[in-house]
Design a binder for this molecule. Structure first.
Ligand code: NAD
Length: 510
């Protein structure tokens, strides 16, 4: 595995770093990481201790005092160089993402491309951190608002986008003048170590102080919990399940910290009677089985007009029969493994439960065994006819199960079904009817943070703000003006007169 050497992954790795420096505690035990692709051990990682964590935070606090004074465009220059390093290491990092997490090599490379794209975006943004200039009601006064950095941004990320989520947060946070402490998923720590190794030369060549980009690897309920409760971290960006996000949001809010919550989805595609099935079908299949159903934006429900229902069902079942399931490193395969056998069990249980509720399993649902499937993490993606009200349909099962739901009537009927879940991340409609498309996108249409027409639910570009409503958490990351969440806002009023008039015309003579 050449990519492990290229990325500096050793047999035993330390689990905390402040930049160039690795902290060397070994007494907390280590994680053994094996690949869901072939079940083989890859490497192990020592968990960050409380003592290491304190050192990381103290170093980050000192770094912030220096980094916030570096002009934003010069911070952008460092991020530009990080983007170039990621270009140099795109192939090996994409391979490690695929091998450690199990997504296809194409998607692994795509994830690294997303990191490069966000670096480019952040470089441009470093010259555009703008506020408004406002007219004062008082003569010879001027008002404006401006944005200042917050301090230490804690980033807690999920296993399914093991590196992109860090870059979405860390690169935007960095150009805003913040420093970052990243706790990756304990299921995918090696890709995080690789990122730290990739950026180290840029940090050294630019004299970036230790503590601007830090890493702590450990259990969510230990190190992650510590971060939530740590008042020295004014902002926590948490990507993960709604269960963890609900807890994180409550803990951080109780200490008046800020949080960006990027949580679970239950994403639907509406196939209207005016859909172009030539694009709808591949959109549904990629959305439902890509990354083995482990994207937050995975298509979990397909809401089909009754006039097309049987036709769409037939084509989808046929398409699923042609899916090639196997190693994600083999580019001929469509579907790779789930992250671990626990995820496989949840997949099997969900299939059982939805059938007990009355769901009709049309195809798939088996756990695969035999040559090529030794890791025990491969499953056959399932299609189930179901009712939107079923408990399993209301929940996010992080695996390739797609529910087909029939609607009759018009778009309002389809929207009522689509919006009738607690999550609100991504949504899509396939239609050639302009009125339907515009109604879907209107404020009485989809209630999700992402709403697409004639493309599927997954595969967002970094230029837009990414995130969702309701129990998806309400946070926004990445493009557009999402950067404002990483800064504190200040309103300034300047008096250049020789008088002291009060606002609202209040008189106060002394
Ligand atoms: P998870 O909730 O199990 O873990 C996410 C992260 O939270 C991990 O780093 C974990 O260690 C940490 N964590 C766990 N308990 C914690 C605690 N008590 N305090 C602090 N941190 C804690 O999620 P997962 O299985 O890694 O990822 C899958 C989930 O993530 C899915 O629900 C998916 O939809 C969601 N997700 C959402 C987005 C989005 O942008 N909306 C993106 C990717 C994934």
């Amino acid at each position: 595995m050449d990519f492990l050497n290229t990325l500096g992954i050793k047999a035993n790795n330390f689990g905390a770093a402040t930049g160039l420096q690795w902290l060397t505690t070994q007494d907390q035990g280590q994680f053994d990481i094996s690949s869901p692709v072939d079940g083989k051990a890859i490497a192990s990682v020592y968990q960050c201790s409380t003592q290491d964590y304190q050192q990381v935070v103290e170093t980050a606090e000192s770094a912030f005092k220096i980094w916030r004074k570096v002009p934003a465009p010069l911070r952008g220059e460092v991020v530009r160089q990080i983007g170039n390093k990621l270009r140099d290491f795109k192939q090996p990092l994409g391979e490690l993402v695929a091998y450690e997490m199990g997504k296809s090599l194409q998607e692994g490379l795509g994830e690294v491309q997303e990191m490069i794209d966000i670096c480019d975006f952040a470089v441009g943004l470093s010259r555009q951190l703008n506020g408004s200039t406002l007219h004062s009601e008082r003569p010879l006064h001027r008002m404006y608002d401006q944005y200042h950095p917050l301090g230490i941004v804690g980033v807690i990320s999920a296993f399914n986008f093991p590196v992109a989520v860090w870059s979405w947060n860390a690169m935007i946070a960095a150009i805003c003048g913040n420093v970052t402490i990243w706790k990756p998923s304990e299921k995918t720590p090696l890709t995080a170590i690789a990122c730290q190794n990739i950026i180290k030369d840029v940090l050294a060549e630019n004299d970036v102080p230790e503590g601007v980009f830090s890493l702590v690897i450990g259990q969510g309920n230990v190190i992650g919990e510590g971060m939530l409760n740590d008042k020295r971290l004014p902002l926590l960006s948490v990507t993960g399940s709604t269960r963890v996000g609900r807890h994180a949001g409550t803990v951080v809010a109780s200490r008046f910290g800020k949080s960006i919550l990027e949580l679970g989805g239950n994403n639907a595609i509406i196939v209207s009677q005016d859909a172009d099935l030539n694009i709808a079908i591949p959109g549904i299949v990629f959305g439902a089985v890509g990354t083995a159903g482990q994207r937050c934006t995975t298509t979990r429900r397909v809401i089909i007009h009754e006039s097309l229902y049987d036709q769409v069902k037939g084509i989808l079942v046929n398409a699923y029969k042609g899916l090639r399931i196997g190693s994600p490193l083999d580019e001929n395969n469509h579907v790779g493994p789930l992250i671990d056998t626990q995820a496989v069990n949840m997949f099997s249980q969900a299939i059982e439960k939805v059938q007990a509720e009355g769901g009709n399993l049309l195809c798939g649902g088996e756990v695969l065994s035999g040559p090529g499937y030794e890791s025990g993490c491969y499953v056959n993606p399932a299609i189930v006819e179901a009712d939107n009200s079923f408990q399993m349909v209301q929940e996010e099962t992080f695996a390739p199960i797609v529910y087909l739901i029939k609607y009759s009537g018009d778009l309002d009927d389809a929207l009522a079904i689509q919006n009738d879940v607690v999550q609100g991340l991504s949504s899509a409609i396939f239609t050639n009817n302009l009125r339907e498309a515009e109604n879907f996108l209107s404020h009485w249409g989809s209630d999700c943070g992402i709403a697409n027409v004639n493309i599927g639910t997954s595969g967002a570009e970094i230029g837009g703000a990414f995130g969702g409503e309701k129990e998806t958490g309400g946070g926004r990351e990445s493009g557009s003006d999402a950067w404002k969440a990483y800064m504190r806002r200040q309103t300034n009023t300047i008096n250049y007169s020789t008088e002291l008039p009060l606002a609202q015309g209040i008189k106060f003579d002394i």
